[in-house]
Ligand binder design. Sequence first.
Ligand SMILES: Nc1ncnc2c1ncn2[C@@H]1O[C@H](COP(=O)(O)OP(=O)(O)OP(=O)(O)O)[C@@H](O)[C@H]1O
Length: 329
Amino acid sequence: MELPTQPTGSDVVLRVEGLRVQFGSVNAVVDTSFELRRGEFLGVVGESGAGKSATAKAIVGLLAKNARVSGTIEFDGKNLVEASGAHMRKVRGRKIGYIFQDALTALDPVYTVGYQLVEAYLASNPKGTKAEARKRALEILEEVQIRDAASRLDAYPHQLSGGMRQRVAIAVALIGDPDIIIADEPTSALDVTVQRRILELLQKVCHERNAAVVLITHDLGVVAQTCDRVVVLYGGIVAEEAGVFDLFDTPRHPYTKALLDSLPKRGDKDSLKPIPGQAEPVIGEATYCPFVHRCASATAICRSELPQPSQVAASEVRCFNPRIEKGAA
Ligand SMILES: Nc1ncnc2c1ncn2[C@@H]1O[C@H](COP(=O)(O)OP(=O)(O)OP(=O)(O)O)[C@@H](O)[C@H]1O
C-alpha cells in the first residue's frame, strides 16, 4: 500500500501505528504506536517479553517466519508491514541500519571485517568501486575508534574483543549512511565501562549524521544516558511515552513508576523495590490492562477493558488511573 509521504510533520522519519505481532496465540505486540523524529534517540524500554525485539524486528523485516504482522510501519512513503521481501532487502542496511545485542551473530564469522564493510558499502552504493569501498571502510573503522584500523580490516570477527566487535557492528550499520538505526540491546553483552563508551560512540556518530536511533533496552540507566524520548512497553502496548526528563521526573503510568522504583539508588541499598509478580504473555485478544495483576492502583475497569492512550501533562499514557501529581495539568 502506498501512503502519502510524511503526513504527520516533516521531521517524522518513521511512524508505527497499531502494530500487532502474533506468534500463534501469543500476542507479542498487541497494539503499538509511536513516531521517530529525525536525529533523535528514542528509547524503547520494558521487561523481558514486553515485545521490544518483536517491534524492532518488525521494523527491519526480520521476524521469524511464524510471525503474523499487521498495522502500519510507515517509512519513506511505504507501509513496511506490507512491503515485499525485495523491498525490505533494499531498505535494510541502506536506509535502516540495525545493530543487535551480540555482534557475533550480526557479523559473519567466515569473512574479514574489511570484506563485510566493503559489501555493506557496495550494497548501499551499487555504483561505487571496490577501492572507494575499501577507503570508506578504513575511514569508518577510524571513526568508530578502532585502533590500528588498517590491520583490523583483515581480521576476522572472532579475533576481536566484544567491545571491538560491537564497534565494527556499528560501522557496518553506518557505512551505508542510513536515516535510521535500530539498536536492539546493543551493549547488554558488554561490561559496564565498555557499555558506556560504546553508547557515547553511538550517540556521537549518529548525531554527526543526524541519524535517528531506536534504542531497545531493558536498562533505564542506558535510557537516561542516551535518549531524548522514551516509549515504555508493557504486555505489547505502549504503557507510556514521554520526553526522558518528564518520564524520570514525573512517571505517569504505575508501571513506569514501579520500574523507576526498582532501580538501585546511589548509596541506599534498601531503596530498591522490585516489582511484585511477573509479566505474563498476552494470549489471545487483549481485553484488559496487561499490568493489572501487578498494579497497586488497579480498579474494576482495568480488569474489563484495555485502556486507550490519553494525554496526561507532557506524557501519553495507557492507564485508567494515571498518576496525576498536584500542579500537573
Ligand atoms: N519466534 C517466536 N515464536 C514464538 N513466540 C515468540 C517468538 N519470538 C518472540 N516470541 C514471544 O513474544 C513475546 C515478546 O517477545 P520479545 O522477544 O519481543 O520480547 P522482548 O521485550 O524483546 O524481551 P527480551 O528482553 O527478553 O528480549 C514473548 O512472549 C516471546 O516468548
